[in-house]
Design a protein around this ligand. Structure first.
Ligand code: SF4
Length: 395
């Protein structure tokens, strides 16, 4: 299997997204962020191609203006205001980038370097080799003879150093570079992400052991992909997914009114009726609790254990909530081989604990997680169409 960092991330985010892109080969329509990001990459590539005769700031901005993507295949700016805002942001980014990076002492080894590394020969040979692929934005040789891999980011967030030290993309790039120039020592490799919005570059290092671990984890993930049933996994990231129109989770949201009918059932009407009834049920549940409280108070005041109406009666009953000394209980049941029968992990509580423990331990627990059974159920959410629309537009 050939796999890149972005396709692995797609799989981790949503197996269906991976399938649509990598197996079904359906091109994902580009978002405004992706169009903007690719364009800034293109402008910087043009700039560094001129090494050592770097263009002036005016020439850089002229290039930026001349080739600005007003309309590309499958993409159009939503309105002139949006386009203007992105255009201005690009100008600002390039001006600040230029200021910070002069004088340009950089010695560029390569730009947009493609790599392919065999990370595993499939043991049963049915799938051939597993190959890691990628494109490195820029590789520089620094004055102290170290090599720097630079990846440009145009996103709105800058991660912490701790996250960067575990960043898989940079590990992949290090693996790619080491396969191309095996003599370069890992200690002489600097891995940087350049956050253009903030004009900040942060770097990290890897060891040979780190790279071996990343390869092993990648192979595990490839095995998960091979066994996957590619179920969609909805998350906040759906807002940036270009497959919403064809994904079974979001498709209905975008379908027109005619598609709401099936066998004379207007599904939209039924859904809205469900939520109206649910609201009514909540009101009735509240009323029932109020009535119970009232009857309870009446029993207390009158010293009664049971009260009667025409259609039923209420009785006061007592039950004991018990607890046990766990080690002592274990001592008794374990020799009888009955201990395992009563022990069951509370997955809800475990989920809460997972949020509280260090990330490496969380990872270890994730690795021993096993899906015993898959339940399918229909979950209801009372977020309105208007609210969902607003959320998508605000992404
Ligand atoms: S919209 Fe969400 S659930 Fe659907 S394919 Fe994209 S990421 Fe997956």
């Amino acid at each position: 299997m050939r796999i890149s960092y972005s396709s692995l991330e797609n799989f981790k985010q949503c197996p269906l997204k991976y399938k649509l892109s990598n197996i079904d080969k359906i091109k994902e329509p580009k978002s405004k962020e992706a169009i903007f990001g690719s364009y800034i990459h293109k402008v910087l590539k043009w700039f560094y191609q001129k090494d050592p005769h770097f263009p002036t700031l005016d020439a850089l901005l002229k290039y930026y203006r001349d080739y600005w993507p007003q309309k590309t295949e499958g993409f159009e700016w939503k309105n002139p205001e949006e386009e203007k805002a992105y255009f201005k942001e690009g100008l600002r980014i390039l001006q600040e980038f230029y200021k910070r990076n002069i004088p340009h002492k950089t010695s560029v080894l390569d730009l947009e370097t493609r790599f392919e590394v065999v990370i595993d020969e499939d043991p049963d040979k049915s799938n051939g080799k597993h190959i890691l692929t990628g494109v490195i934005d820029r590789i520089d040789k620094l004055s102290d003879d170290t090599i720097e891999i630079i990846d440009y980011k145009t996103g709105k967030r800058m991660p912490s150093q701790k996250i960067l030290d575990k960043n898989n993309q940079l590990s992949f790039y290090a693996i790619g570079l080491k396969s191309r120039w095996p003599r370069i020592k890992i200690e002489d490799l600097r891995l940087s992400l350049y956050f253009l919005k903030f004009n900040e570059k942060i770097d990290t290092k890897r060891t040979e052991k780190d790279l071996e671990e990343v390869k092993d984890k990648t192979i595990d993930l490839i095995h998960q992909i091979e066994k996957s049933d590619f179920e969609p996994r909805s998350s906040v990231l759906c807002g940036w997914c270009g497959y919403q129109n064809i994904c079974p989770i979001w498709r209905h949201f975008y379908e027109d009114e005619q598609n709401n009918h099936f066998n004379d059932i207007d599904i939209k009407e039924k859904i809205d009726k469900y939520f109206t009834l649910k609201k009514e049920k909540e009101r009735l549940d509240k009323e029932l609790i109020e009535l119970q409280n009232l009857i309870d108070v009446y029993c207390h005041k009158k010293g009664l254990k049971r009260v009667f109406g025409e259609n039923g009666y209420f009785s006061h009953t007592v039950y004991n909530k018990v607890s046990y000394n766990i080690p002592k209980l274990k001592e008794i049941l374990e020799p009888l081989e009955k201990w395992e029968d009563i022990i069951e992990i509370d997955t809800k509580k475990l989920k809460k604990v997972l949020k509280e423990i260090p990330a490496d331990l969380r990872e270890k627990i994730k690795e021993i997680e096993k899906i015993e059974e898959r339940f399918k159920y229909l979950a209801a959410n009372n977020k309105s169409r208007k609210e969902i629309k607003e959320q998508i537009e605000n992404n």
